[in-house]
Design a protein around this ligand. Structure first.
Ligand SMILES: [Zn+2]
Ligand SMILES: [Zn+2]
Length: 641
């Protein structure tokens, strides 16, 4: 008998050679129907593979990332089987799972292929899936593997085999198709119920431009057809909400090749929106005891040698800026922390002075390869809503609680309601790779977990995910389309206080090192605005909206009334504009809807005579006639954050 330990800690005894699938069946038939693979002592295995010794077993389903990727990788095999049936002689490169779905790089030889053939392949895959073909694992010798693929004439597989040590090679077969693969796979093709091939691309064999270009076919599959429908809906919706598209339409930001790739230009409306975010956070920070500081955009090389950034980012970063004085080198700052450490050092600190909290909307520059750049989410220059807290070890928990409050305040004001906290701790088996004392780590880790608990956060704890310099808490936010974004981070740092020799005098009159906490609720303004645009589809909360109203006069005759109305609203800090164009009112309304302006105020004969406005709300419709005073009150109420 062997002992199988399940994730809940329970131990069950089984005969040697039991498979994970049989373990699942012994627990419940329902569970067994959903098991795709299993994690056995940390390695993902076929659910059918026999277990020969005492093991920790976690059954994997569609709800586990490893379950999904096994499902998608197995789907790549299924696609290859279909391709081989439809296009005999096709040769196969590699077919991995990716973040969503899978691809296979294939060589069709002389056979014509285009995305017009997708439907035919999908149908074939569904037919083979219905046959519930089992994935069968078979260890083979290197000689046999070479013989098989030589006979088949697949030079790509032979190229892969050449690098594999004898004794480590396995084949997997389903139906008539056999592939070189280390696995794992799902039990049979019948789990795959919905299939969509997405697109093709050219891909050089082994990423080498001097070698043959293969056809990469991307696809995605699901265990239920309703999940595919939902997936395709989200893709369509995401295209409509793409922040690069909306950023242009709403005139928020732009890029210019002349200025440089990855360097966003904020247009007036985008700047106003950004300023409002900054003011909003600044007000909240002042209330929470932060002090605002400003530091330069560059720093002397020595600053980054001390901080360790030079060593870490040196060659990947932008090149140094040399001044006329010999030997002097400056760098664009990749982070604000080193500057803030120097501010901390400008005077002696006592334990009574702590915590000290320095906040800065600090613009930093980091080199990203041009292929990595993407709208506002991956840029080369961005502004962090940065702050550094310097506190005593016993203050870490309270500071974390306060930062959590601040982050949640930001989320609620901006309509992010679905989030979890990820707490990243040390790898308990490998403590030596972390800087800082064992005692301080234990204190900080406990403090973070307690703070998250006391604030009622839904928390996932990840061991081994902490940075070498300290544990952290990240907020993972789900947007309106269910996509996950990492926003908001709080990070303990034992490294920089050490490197900069930061000190405070304790109640014992001795010198101590403060703990440094980095935190940024938005992360960066650029990325945050991008996520916000896509989350709310450009329909910003009213307090943030670039224009809150647009007055639409029915004809030229009512322009004076429109101007007076506009002045009155602006006097109450309500912002907007007037559409003076000589257009039909229907057209003006349509254009205002495209611009996503929250309130359309229509004024004509009746309104001018009665001193009222006819109000239309974006995405809602006609709200009827209101007095100017009532409208003002409604807006003031709606914009109070
Ligand atoms: Zn495989
Ligand atoms: Zn920092």
């Amino acid at each position: 008998m062997i002992n199988i330990t399940l994730p809940d800690g329970s131990v069950r005894q089984y005969d040697k050679g039991i498979s994970s699938m049989q373990i699942a069946q012994s627990i419940s038939e329902g569970l067994a129907r959903n098991v795709l693979a299993a994690e056995v002592n940390g390695q993902v295995w076929d659910a059918s593979r026999p277990i020969e010794e005492d093991s920790n077993v976690k059954l994997l389903t569609w709800n586990d990332d490893a379950g999904k990727s096994t499902f998608w990788h197995s789907s790549a095999h299924l696609m290859a089987e279909a391709l081989e049936a439809l296009y005999p002689g096709t040769k196969f490169g590699i077919g991995p799972a990716i973040e969503t779905g899978f691809y296979y790089d294939v060589d069709f030889g002389d056979q014509e292929f285009s995305s017009d053939h997708f439907k035919q392949i999908e149908d074939k895959m569904l037919e083979l899936a219905k046959a519930k073909e089992e994935f069968i694992r078979k260890p083979v010798s290197k000689a046999d593997a070479i013989e098989y693929f030589t006979e088949k004439g697949d030079e790509y597989k032979l190229d892969l085999i050449k690098d594999l040590p004898d004794g480590s090679i396995t084949f997997y077969s389903q139906g008539d198709f056999t592939d070189l693969c280390r696995g794992p796979h799902i039990p049979n093709t019948g789990f795959i119920k919905a299939i969509k091939l997405m697109n093709t691309a050219g891909a050089y064999w082994r990423g080498d431009e001097t070698r043959k270009q293969l056809t990469r076919i991307y696809g995605v599959t699901f265990p239920k057809s309703s999940e595919l429908t939902e997936y395709l809906r989200v893709i369509e919706e995401a295209k409509k909400r793409d922040h690069r598209k909306l950023g242009k339409e709403l005139e928020l930001f732009a890029f210019s090749e002349k200025v440089g790739m990855g360097l966003p230009l904020w247009l007036p409306k985008g700047t106003a929106l950004r300023e409002r975010l900054v003011n909003f956070l600044q007000r909240a920070q002042v209330k929470s005891g932060y002090e605002q500081v400003i530091t330069p955009h560059i720093g002397h090389k020595n600053l980054y040698v001390t901080s360790g950034h030079y060593e870490k980012y040196g060659k990947d970063s932008f090149q140094p800026i040399k001044t006329p004085q010999e030997g002097e080198e400056f760098f664009l700052k990749p982070m604000n922390c080193p500057h803030h450490c120097e501010i901390y050092k400008t005077k002696p600190r006592s334990y009574k002075d702590l915590p000290v909290r320095y906040a800065e909307f600090g613009t930093v520059y980091r080199y990203e390869q041009s292929g990595e750049l993407h709208g506002l989410t991956r840029v080369r220059g961005f502004t962090q809503d940065d702050a550094h807290l310097f506190c005593r070890p016993d203050q870490v928990k309270e500071e974390f609680m306060k930062v959590i409050d601040l982050v949640l305040y930001v989320f609620s004001a901006l309509g992010f309601e679905d989030y979890t906290a990820q707490v990243s701790l040390r790898d308990p088996d490998n403590k030596s790779k972390y800087i800082g004392s064992d005692e301080n780590w234990a204190l900080a880790e406990a403090a973070i977990i307690e703070a998250a608990e006391e604030k009622g956060l839904r928390t996932v704890v990840e061991y081994g995910e902490a940075a070498f310099y300290g544990p952290k808490l990240d907020f993972m936010v789900k947007d309106a389309l269910g996509r996950k974004w990492q926003l908001g981070t709080i990070q303990v740092d034992y490294n920089l206080p050490e490197r900069f020799e930061l000190e405070y005098t304790g109640s014992d009159n001795l010198k101590h090192r403060p703990v440094m906490i980095h935190r940024a609720p938005f992360g960066s303004l650029e990325r945050f605005v991008a996520v916000l645009i896509e989350h709310c589809a450009g329909n910003f909360p009213l307090w943030l909206s670039p224009d809150q109203f647009i007055i639409l006069p029915i004809s030229e005759k009512f322009e004076d009334y429109a101007k007076n109305l506009s002045d009155e609203l602006k006097n109450s800090d309500i912002r907007g504009l007037i559409d003076f164009r000589d257009e039909k009112i229907g057209r003006k309304i349509r254009d205002a809807e495209v611009k996503k302006i929250p309130y359309m105020l229509i004024v004509g004969e009746k309104e001018a005579a009665e001193g009222t406005i006819s109000v239309r709300k974006h995405g809602v419709g006609d709200l009827g006639s209101l007095t100017i005073e009532d409208f003002k009150q409604q807006l003031i109420k709606e914009t109070t954050v």
